[in-house]
Design a protein around this ligand. Structure first.
Ligand SMILES: [Zn+2]
Length: 185
């Protein structure tokens, strides 16, 4: 994977290029074996992307990660985590896997180590059958938390390599069956 920065200010690159970040890139390379170039840029104004929700701080289009006004939020969020989250989306886009949204986000939350802030407990997900989680979207309560929680549980159950293998083969049913029958108990 070839990461290319197109930033207005190199200071931001320093904030992103942490040892944690490099380690994560190595992991993603290992699991997904992508050789593509991924561009990270802050050269965009919010006005250019009216359809992006107001709360979003970054988004990915094909293999480009766009950071939206990062100087406004860099003190509040770990920018290296946010970029890894988006790079996972860029990889998914490249592999042309049409993932259910809950797995699409769950995988990004998982690889970006954004699970630490999740405050869900087992009781919160008691009522969440696989049918229900597959209907969830960005407007659903705790959407990112549930997606990360679900993905982490699947990894604990069958291992990250198997989860990725099922995802790459498009066999999502088996993952949701695990969720219903073995994980969510
Ligand atoms: Zn995302």
């Amino acid at each position: 994977m070839n990461i290319k920065f197109e930033m207005q200010n190199d200071l931001l690159v320093k904030e992103i290029w942490t040892s944690w970040f490099k380690n994560k890139i190595g992991q993603l390379q290992y699991y997904f074996n992508v050789s593509e170039k991924i561009i990270i840029t802050d050269r965009i104004s919010r006005e250019d992307y009216e359809q992006i929700p107001k709360w979003a701080v970054a988004f990915t289009h094909e293999q480009t990660v766009f950071l939206l006004n990062p100087y406004e939020w860099i003190k509040r969020y770990r920018i290296d985590m946010i970029v890894i989250h988006e790079i996972v989306h860029a990889i998914t886009n490249k592999l042309e896997i049409k993932l259910p949204l809950i797995l699409f986000e769950g995988m990004a939350v998982y690889f970006a180590d954004q699970l630490d802030s999740i405050e869900l407990c087992d009781e919160d997900i008691d009522g969440l059958s696989s049918t229900k989680v597959q209907l969830m979207d960005y407007s659903s309560p705790n959407f990112y938390d549930v997606s990360g929680y679900l993905f982490q549980k699947l990894v604990k159950k069958i291992g990250i390599k198997n989860v990725i293998e099922y995802i790459r083969s498009g066999d999502f049913k088996i993952l949701f069956d695990y969720w219903d029958n073995e994980v969510r108990l």
